[in-house]
Design a protein around this ligand. Structure first.
Ligand code: NAI
Ligand code: MG
Length: 399
């Protein structure tokens, strides 16, 4: 098979560290690829005024597959103040390059698997009926619509007159907000389209079918948010009935789901939700399997075959300055495994996951988060493995 070209997007802070370590793992596992580094992140904002340069978009469009570390984002004013002086008069406004990537390439399918590793000291435990401690194994995969809904960016403070007048045609707006001056109103919209909703629902059902999950849980709030959540639920019912009759469709409300996931997380398999609720429920499940050091994600557009694979954690800037890196590389490594699955290299992904599982179950090498330490440089003296040591331990199991 021809050697692949992968775009590597290290970004900022610990993104650079965990991506470098992950490339070592991929090589040790026998995955042959050339890597081209793409520019993204804070440095390109401050020095060039664009955290996501066109040349990076071109690279991704050409090679289709990217591994992304993490970027640093800052609020509007702070972002402006760090711009190079000569760029300050250009009317530049910072916006997150990762959200930009999603929208530019229509990466509307986001997958966030949360599966516990046997022996991970961070696994969720509970007290059972006979007072014994139970450790239910979690294996939930969250399908999050990644481009619309509350993250669609259609929002205003003191909305334009035309928008306000349009709103005033809705009886509920008149009733609840009609007496509030326009200047005192902020509006963030939650727009769902049928096309994108159908795509995420079908992706979830397909996954359930392929990996033999008995159910798909739609996690929204259709009884209250009747139009968007309501449409999604109705479409889920139709799709299930027509094409996936052997897979059960469950319907939970996001609020109740956040309670149930710490009572009986083992009952859930594939979960599908809109953008905001998908973000919330996936973080909730990630907490049950070890948190940010373990939370991987894939974002893809199956039509174009473009996929960007990244840990859900950010750039944790203060940790990036330590002489010896202490962060857990597993979330990034898991994200690379999702990339391998996507490009038809599932057997290499399987090998890597088995090596990670072996290191965790053996329990000899643990990063600071797995030891429940506070992240400081001295965690290494106290027995925590460095990022590199964790990588080395996984590579040893691969060999
Ligand atoms: P963060 O995820 O960078 O870090 C939060 C805390 O989680 C860290 O202080 C650390 O205690 C822990 N942590 C994160 N990754 C870890 C790992 N691999 N191993 C062990 N512990 C880990 O989130 P924070 O501090 O809210 O944001 C820092 C910067 O990252 C901000 O500029 C933010 O905008 C950006 N960010 C970027 C994301 C992305 O690139 N997709 C996502 C989230 C935040
Ligand atoms: Mg999040």
């Amino acid at each position: 098979m021809a050697k692949r070209t992968i775009v590597s997007l290290p970004g900022d802070g610990i993104g650079r560290v965990v991506l470098e370590e992950t490339l070592r793992i991929l090589e040790a596992a026998g995955f042959e690829a050339d890597y081209i580094e793409g520019d993204i992140g804070w440095e390109f904002w401050t020095k060039q005024g664009n955290p996501l340069p066109q040349r990076t978009l071109d690279l991704i469009a050409e090679h289709k597959i990217a591994l992304f570390g993490a970027i640093t984002s800052k609020p509007k004013e702070a972002a402006f103040n760090e711009l190079a002086p000569e760029l300050r008069t250009k009317g530049l406004v910072y916006s997150s390059p990762i959200v930009g990537l999603r929208q530019h390439f229509g990466l509307d399918i986001c997958i966030r698997p949360t599966k516990s590793y046997l022996g991970n000291p961070l696994n969720f435990v509970r007290r059972g009926a006979n007072d014994q401690i139970e450790e239910p194994l979690v294996d939930a995969v969250i399908f999050r619509q990644n481009t619309e809904g509350l993250y669609g960016g259609v929002e205003w403070t003191n909305p334009p007159q035309l928008v306000y007048d349009g709103m005033m045609t809705h009886p509920k707006f008149v009733q609840n907000f009609g007496n509030t001056p326009k200047e005192e109103i902020s509006i963030s919209t939650r727009i769902f389209t049928k096309k994108a909703t159908e795509r995420i629902l079908r992706a979830a059902f397909e996954h359930a079918k392929k990996y033999k999950y008995p159910s798909v849980t739609l996690c929204e709030k259709p009884n209250v948010i009747r139009e968007t959540s309501g449409m999604m639920y109705k479409m889920a019912q139709e799709i299930q009935k027509a094409d996936y009759p052997t897979i059960e469709l469950w319907n939970t409300n996001i609020d109740a789901q956040m309670m149930w996931l710490t009572k009986n997380p083992e009952n859930y398999g594939v979960i599908v939700a809109g953008n905001m609720f998908g973000d919330i429920v996936s973080d909730g499940f990630a907490g049950l399997i070890g948190g940010l050091g373990f939370a991987a994600s894939a974002q893809m557009n199956p039509d174009s075959g473009i996929g960007v694979f990244e840990p859900t954690h950010g750039s944790a800037p203060k940790y990036a300055e330590y002489d010896v890196s202490i962060v857990n590389p597993i979330a990034m490594i898991e994200s690379a495994c999702m990339m391998l699955d996507f490009i038809g290299e599932a057997s290499i992904a399987k090998k890597i996951r088995a090596a990670v599982a072996e290191v965790i179950t053996e329990g000899k090498v643990k990063t600071y988060d797995m030891l429940k330490m506070v992240g400081r440089p001295n965690v290494i003296e106290k027995g925590a493995a460095s990022t590199q040591q964790m990588t080395d331990a996984i590579i040893e199991k691969l060999n």
